[in-house]
Design a protein around this ligand. Sequence first.
Ligand code: HQG
Length: 182
Amino acid sequence: MSKKLLDDTSKFLSYVLRHEPQAIGLSLDSEGWASVTALIDAASREGRSITRELLEQVVHTNEKKRFSFSEDGQNIRAVQGHSNQSVQLQLEEKQPPVVLYHGTATRFIESINQKGLIPGSRHHVHLSEQFETAREVGQRYGTVVILKVNTSEMLAEGFKFFQAENGVWLTEQVPVRFLEPI
Ligand code: HQG
């Protein structure tokens, strides 16, 4: 299976499993699950040929582990990054490391200095344990700025953290006082 096919399918899955399932007439439950057969049928109506084997390759080779199958293999979902309103993942609260990082771009800094980190169209602000990961995330949007997030002070003030299956840390917002540019 070519890398291009896997990348294209991963992008398609991000679009329909995180953001716009309705664009292909698919529905997701509140945990983000779509039926594998319904997904294959919906994609085929759009002229996109997806097989179960292709989905398995994407799930298992995806470098960010963006998707997973249910235990019985009948359903598939994105593990984080949703904007779709019908999805509300029941994530378990978890204690993060004392510091997490957020990678962003210079053009967002003025606004971040006013409003702190806000989720935008997604359901959460995304934070990384690794500085390097934060750099990669930020550089998608331009000249990168890495912000250090003081998670211990946030915890002390009652903010909650969650970790997606693929290791990405999630929180609802990060007020400016907990942020420090590096
Ligand atoms: C910025 C990718 C102005 C924020 C990555 C970011 C991640 C503000 C952008 C995942 C702001 C939102 C998420 C404020 C935050 N004013 N801009 N007050 N607060 N921002 O893509 O964190 O490849 O929704 O800094 O690896 O960049 O899709 O979030 O630049 O894990 O699997 O608003 O997406 O994963 O952008 O990335 P995004 P993100 P995938």
